[in-house]
Design a protein around this ligand. Structure first.
Ligand SMILES: [Zn+2]
Ligand SMILES: [Zn+2]
Length: 334
């Protein structure tokens, strides 16, 4: 589809899955010209999110092959459109899950674009011109500047990449619940994976008492000693769960695997269960700035593009601490 779109004239090298085997192979495709509202980004790094795995393997039955995954993108701007005032060539920037939204609805107007019902995602979406969107497993991206954020100078581009999805996904509910400016709350983080470990870092940066709730007793030391968690509850241990009952003000559930929400009983008496999906653009920039201020990044394992398949297989087994990031431009010394 994209190949037949008239303004898609720029040839890009990337990596795509072509069928439900999910195997990623090199793939050359076209991107649109840099429009008046666009910026062109030389991609340096792209995080590997669970969503990428699901799309590559068509787990949700919605994949349009070939799919170029990737929505945790960092890179450097090489071109700006004539309407773009807030970015310049050379800026260090990031792109997350969003590629387009209507810009007119109440959500778009309040920079909650992620809830716009005409939202188009960074990959496996259909752009206004009818083309399928291709994500960050590629060397270059043309993005509407309204869905691009600046990356603070002090943050490394590789470890900052997963903030664009994993980071904003946990930051958004924390901000919603006013955890940024009311220290001293007792918060629980369910799951210590790509999202959970960043949630712990945010929780400690905002001066809260952080309890990690996990199925793996083996993660206790890591959670407490390296990430700074105050407490650790093994969710399969009824004694510990009972002792933890009603001790927490708020629980952030970061687990995507099927699990029982009954374990959230430890927040009984003052419970809210809220769903959230990534965050709006204003909030994403705010999250980045907060990360810059507190020096928060993801703990990552950098992989070469030729090792994407191995990384995806390890991700499927949860064998990663805590996020894989692809070195798209070959910058790091692996
Ligand atoms: Zn993601
Ligand atoms: Zn909208």
């Amino acid at each position: 589809m994209a190949q037949t779109t008239p303004n898609h004239t720029q040839t890009v090298s990337g990596w795509a899955a072509h069928d439900s085997s999910g195997k990623i192979t090199p793939y050359v495709f076209k991107r649109r010209e840099n429009g008046v509202n666009d910026v062109t980004i030389k991609i340096l790094y792209c995080g590997i999110c669970h969503t990428d795995l699901h799309h590559a393997r068509n787990d949700w039955g919605i994949t349009m092959y070939p799919v170029v995954p990737g929505h945790e993108i960092t890179g450097v701007i090489t071109k700006v459109g004539s309407n773009v005032k807030n970015f310049k060539v050379g800026d260090r920037v990031g792109v997350g899950c969003l590629a387009a939204s209507c810009l007119e609805c109440e959500f778009c107007k309040s920079s909650q674009e992620n809830y716009c019902d005409q939202i188009q995602l960074t990959y496996n979406g259909i752009f206004w011109d009818g083309s399928i969107t291709y994500g960050g497993y590629s060397e270059m991206l043309v993005a509407d500047h309204r869905y691009v954020v600046q990356i603070p100078e002090n943050l490394p581009m590789d470890a900052a990449a997963p903030l664009l999805c994993a980071g904003i996904t946990v930051f958004s509910p924390m901000k919603d619940n006013e955890l940024l400016k009311s220290p001293g709350k007792r918060i629980g983080i369910v799951g210590l994976g790509g999202l959970g470990h960043v949630a712990v870092k945010f929780g400690k940066a905002f001066d809260h008492h952080v309890t990690v709730i996990s199925t793996s007793p083996s993660k206790e030391r890591e959670a407490k000693e390296r990430l700074g968690a105050d407490d650790f509850i093994v969710s399969t241990n009824p004694k510990q769960m009972k002792a933890g009952k009603r001790t927490l003000d708020l629980i952030i559930d970061t687990v995507s695997a099927n699990h029982s929400r009954a374990n959230l009983g430890i927040a009984q008496g003052k419970r809210t269960v809220k769903g959230s999906m990534t965050g709006g653009m204003k909030e994403t920039q705010e999250m980045m700035d907060v990360c810059g201020k507190y020096n928060i990044t993801c703990d990552i394992e950098v992989v070469k593009p030729e090792n994407i398949n191995e990384a995806l297989e390890r991700l499927a087994r949860n064998d990663v601490r805590y996020r894989f990031v692809i070195d798209i431009a070959g910058n790091s010394s692996l």
